[in-house]
Design a protein around this ligand. Sequence first.
Ligand code: ADP
Ligand code: MG
Ligand code: ZN
Length: 609
Amino acid sequence: MSNFTKNIVWAVVTLIVISLLFSLFVGTGKQPENLSLSQLATDINAGQVSKIVVNGNDLAITLKDGTNAVSQKEAESGLTDSLKNFGVDPTQLQNVNVEIQSQSGWQFWADLLAPSILTLLIFGLFLWYMFRQARTGVNQAFSFGRSNLRLSTFKDKVMFKDVAGLREAKEELIEVVDFLKNPKKFLDLGARIPRGILLMGPPGTGKTLVARAIAGESNVPFFYISASEFVEMFVGVGASRTRDAFMTAKRAAPSILFVDEIDAVGRQRGAGLGGGNDEREQTLNQILVEMDGFDRDTRVIVLAATNRPDILDPALMRPGRFDRRVVLDLPDLSDREAILKIHAQGKILDKNIDLHRVAMRTPGFSGADLANLMNEAALITARRDKSSIGQAELFEAAEKVILGPERKSRVISQKEKEITAYHEGGHALVAASVKDADQVHKVSIISRGFVGGYTMKLPAEDQHLKTKHQFLADLAMMMGGYAAEKLIFGDVSTGASNDLREASELARRLVTKYGMSDLGPVTFGKTEEMLFLGREISTEKNYSERVASEIDDQVKKFVAHAYEIAEKILKTHKSALKKVAETLMQKETLEQEEFYGLLKPFKIRPIPA
Ligand code: ADP
Ligand code: MG
Ligand code: ZN
């Protein structure tokens, strides 16, 4: 609607401008003076007239000084006669160049019609303009159902070398490109090449990126559309846009059609509240129809990406449609390092930068997070007026991406600072004092985002399996903050609430999910998990009340045991705790080396949790 109003305003403004111009044009055009015949006679006698053009009864007069004038002769007599009647000197008249022009029919009509034609023309122009505006502005009335297909027109070309890791995805896609170029090899073997490939993975893992890399690597036409564009502005265009997109791709075969964010239309049908979005359903149906409509040797591969495979309509996954699924996982340690390396290109880094250590500190980061980290590091470096990015800036950027920016401005009382220092010192010291615990990488009492302070502990390498002992060590470390507060101040603060919640949840998982408690190797509760994101959606209680209370007891036991361990460690090494806390209050952060350096004199021997 706003578009429409805008166009009206434009049209009106244009009209005003045109009429202004017109009146200016007409107004300033100098009207030649209209002389009476007697005045003309006087001028001729004075020798001021150089030329007279006679056109019917009209006289166009040119004076010697260059000015023009007009006049009319008497209709019944010739010019000379008329002038003579007004007493013109015949000798003077001979000096005047008199030209007789017969008026042509064309000119006559032109004179007659000129004003109305001009009006019509302006009116026509105005109409044409309105029409055009209505077409392009409001709804592109004549290209309404057209999809906004882009023919691999990504501004910056992406190649496989720009994509780190994601080996399976790359291999899969290379095979597809190979098929498009070389179908005979596959068809001769009787192989059926997948119609559709669905890339799925958490946000930022590089789904769009690999698809773009395919566009860069393959020499076949690559069409790109984001599914949300299917259902963009007006109801009813989704299906026709889909048809158009598939038709365009088919016409260009062999080709690849990439539908990004397909969950925008591919939601399970009929699952929406209040009937769902009909438009979406129609679009999805159309996609299904189109995919089925490919015959066996149509060389069009449909590529789609989503980070919500769990909500996709099962019909999409049927063989012959998106029957091949490629999962893009969060990058592991070496992939993270490789991604960092890619995004370090074009940035100025210190010579001795160790990206491996940055990768170690960033488990759970997606490719997009890592790209963001590199950029943050550059920004931090610029803010510090340094000429190259250093290790410190990289670490800082990592923390910023995880926890949000430092909140140095937050005023903390001395007492609060002391509590935080002992709390974090407690976490760190317990981590350093139990077997199987992760390494402490950093301790800080600077508040960031929502946390007052934090202890960063990380496994030495990416873990896919975790043992019971490691979980117990984790639990003890989580309780370290609470135990330290209680030991030093004889009181506990709300700062420990988050730790307690996390510890309780972990303990419950140990009992119900991993079968690591005294209840034995059984799991409790039926949990529906998302396909690969590992997030639990809902847990169904499939055990009796009696078992429920036993589970609660086990959970309590785990947490209590962890607290005992933490308390024992902190009591034995109270002087070490004091040292760490006091240093923290002074310096606010301790890096890995500083922290372990502080502990050296205390000769701590890790105990099992
Ligand atoms: P999504 O999976 O959400 O589509 P993108 O493909 O848009 O994620 O990735 C976002 C950005 O993250 C990319 O533009 C790229 O800069 C970075 N990125 C993600 N994965 C990788 C990777 N494997 N290698 C290099 N850069 C990556
Ligand atoms: Mg994407
Ligand atoms: Zn804590």
